[in-house]
Design a protein around this ligand. Structure first.
Ligand code: ADP
Ligand code: MG
Length: 264
């Protein structure tokens, strides 16, 4: 954590209920009463079994999934921004300038080269093409992606190669908040080490990170704190509010589920 320990991201009594419109509007409650805070320069790692809702939380912070209840707030020097009721048009700027997201799988666009996929977040900010080009190549080289692949579209790449393109794209623009969804899952140990270095460098420049890492060793090396989700995540099953346990001193007690309609 840096000297500035005021929270950059906070969640309070956060709920998520999916409404399955294609299945008669059935509701699936997956999260209830989650609270957290994340400071600049800190890496908070989400822990818990598969299907418990870790990716769902990252997608809510990234605006892919709507918040069903509670508050999700970004804190800036000049004020707070409430994400749970942010108008759709505000997300574009937020993702360009503030929130970076390394998704679990690369979204492949046909005929766009690996180098262009990585450069794109910088070009979206109006960065000089030559600089963006160089920074993309530096990152791809650090991540040991063979140079002969840089001008090719990643659609035919292996899982590990696609993941490294995704990581380079996520880190290139140095967003102040970075969401990492299992970025090392299909990497060998040399490339896992590069990702750990990238995370440590990001921390040193004050990036706040919320991450999911299955690899115990990576987790130990990057995590400042672990947030076990067990008491707040319903993993798709219904559960009485009384059995949802607070998981850490900063977690609130459970609240009643929200049944507001969700986007996803
Ligand atoms: N778009 C969606 N619509 C309906 N249910 C979803 C959706 N996304 C995730 N879920 C459900 O939410 C639960 C948590 O999923 P997820 O966040 O992907 O878990 P994790 O990342 O911890 O493995 C699962 O039961 C999953 O089926
Ligand atoms: Mg997941």
């Amino acid at each position: 954590m840096t000297a500035n320990s005021s929270p950059f991201l906070s969640a309070s009594s956060l709920d998520k209920t999916f409404v399955l419109h294609a299945q008669g509007g059935q509701q699936l409650a997956v999260m209830r009463g989650l609270s957290l805070s994340l400071a600049p320069g800190e890496c908070l790692v989400l822990a818990g079994r598969s299907g418990i809702g870790k990716s769902t939380l990252l997608k809510m912070v990234n605006g892919n999934y709507r918040v069903s209840g509670g508050r999700l707030t970004l804190h800036f020097d000049d004020g707070a921004l409430e994400l749970s009721d942010l108008p759709a048009q505000a997300w574009h700027r937020l993702r360009r300038d503030v929130i970076g997201y390394v998704s679990q799988f690369l979204r492949v666009v046909p005929r766009v080269s690996a180098r262009e996929v990585v450069m794109e977040p910088l070009l979206a900010r109006g960065c000089d093409t030559h600089d963006a080009h160089q920074r993309a190549e530096t990152l791809l080289a650090r991540l040991n992606l063979p140079e002969r692949l840089w001008a090719l579209a990643p659609g035919t790449f292996s899982g590990g190669e696609q993941q490294r393109v995704n990581i380079a794209r996520g880190f290139i623009a140095e967003h102040p908040l970075l969401l990492l969804d299992e970025p090392t899952a299909s990497l060998d140990s040399a490339n896992r080490d590069v990702v750990v270095e990238l995370i440590q460098e990001a921390k040193a420049r004050g990036t706040a990170m919320l991450g999911i890492f299955h690899d115990e060793e990576v987790r130990t090396r990057v995590a400042d704190r672990l947030l076990p989700l067990e008491g707040h995540m319903l993993g798709g099953t219904e559960m009485p509010a009384s059995s949802a346990m607070p998981v850490s001193s900063e977690s609130s007690s459970a609240t009643a589920p929200s049944h507001k309609e969700s986007l996803q």
